[in-house]
Ligand binder design. Sequence first.
Ligand code: ATP
Length: 487
Amino acid sequence: MISKKTEEQGENKMEKIISLCKRRGFVFPGSEIYGGLANSWDFGPLGVELKNNIKTEWWNRFVRRRADMVGIETALIMSPKVWEASGHLKEFSDPLVECKKCHSRFRADQDNGSLKAELVFLKEAEADGENPMKVSGKVVRYRLSGKCPVCDSPADADSFTSPASFNLMLKTFLGPAQEKANEVYFRPETAQGMFVNFKNVLNTTRRKLPFGIAQIGKAFRNEITPGNFIFRTREFEQMEIEYFIPEPKADHDWQKYFEHWKNEMKSWLRDLGVSESRLHFEDIPEGERAHYSKRTMDVEYDFPFGRKELYGLAYRGNFDLSAHAQGSGEDLQYTDPETGAKFIPHVIEPTWGVERTALVALLEAYSEEKTPSTDGEGEARTVLKFPFWLAPVKIAVLPLSKKEELSAFAKPLFETLIQHFACEYDETQSIGKRYRRQDEIGTPFCVTVDFDSLKDRAVTVRHRDTMEQERVPIENLVAHFSEKFAR
Ligand code: ATP
């Protein structure tokens, strides 16, 4: 339970981050000049760099630098038969309840303040008339209590609809005729692209088990209650791996791969600068897991708005490939090259959300500090203390003033540095204000060109975190920074 004070501080922090993101060009409200589209967000010049840094690092770490991984990029719109076989059309649903008085809609399985919902698991046989629904292969029922968080109506049958299954698949039509035969769906996850291409990848790459297929891409879900900035949106990006393993003879045979991916997720989060104390690796109890999963884990983070899922990790058995073998009639078995044994591989699935990663990175990096100033008064500065690899801008080149001689020196320097690192050139306002502006977007180093530079051909390099300054000859600058940014 988070205290009221922490909650207020948290809300405050979210507001500050949302405002910084808009002011500095990380994230803009979607379709803003037309009054916006609720819960849609556009990534600005710094936001797209931040996301790209996340995706590139992920790809290099988990695909490029591993002999047991390959990448793939599959279509956003796939045959509806894919979603039928995977079970999404039937079961990819959230429990929706509606207040009959004010018509507000809520997800019964989420924290809705004064509206409480008790989850009851049922056996198939008990799935009677009292609104049972199927979620991830489980038959469940929700019992409501409390009151509507919007209009205070009591959560009884007079004021509330019973929880009903609401399918999250986003539907559209392919071709000019808007008829049933042309109905298709935007993918709600990237995973199925890997499963339906398993055979193609196997045939073209001749990989041996264990090996993984990775994909980064958009996913769409018609979420009932999007919100909390970029935490829950209807359009988002996933970074996902399907790691195929031999048919296990004993639990240890899959557990070792599960542990491997859990550790990989931990080390990823460490390198992202996330404090361990705000992370929770939560095993989902047996009764709440999908029937085909022997182990599922939510990686949760203490967001300012509560403890929520950041990433997921699941051992899915051979459910997915078996479902597609059955749905498509294709043989999706693997033949062991040594024994000749044929079997459907099992799979471990770690999943990362790109926007949730960006949000956590912003929350962890955000800091407000008092700095000593020349007149002895503490001055406030906001700093995004991103790990260097994540910072959208690595170096800012700042001539002390707009004087012609200084720009003539600083501009070619900037042109050289930008060939190697993401750089900004800024000559407006006072140097103090420009430092603050770079601190606020998390730029690790500022390079100041002053009148001495013209004589000694050296510049002042100022460090974001310590604010220490050092003089560096310009001919050493590229090497100096290459060393700083080396990983
Ligand atoms: P939640 O319980 O928060 O709805 P989920 O369990 O449905 O999430 P998964 O299906 O496991 O999520 O999706 C994998 C990852 O994709 C999540 O861990 C998260 O990082 C990201 N993700 C899922 N839904 C959204 C969304 N609506 N907006 C942004 N990211 C999302």
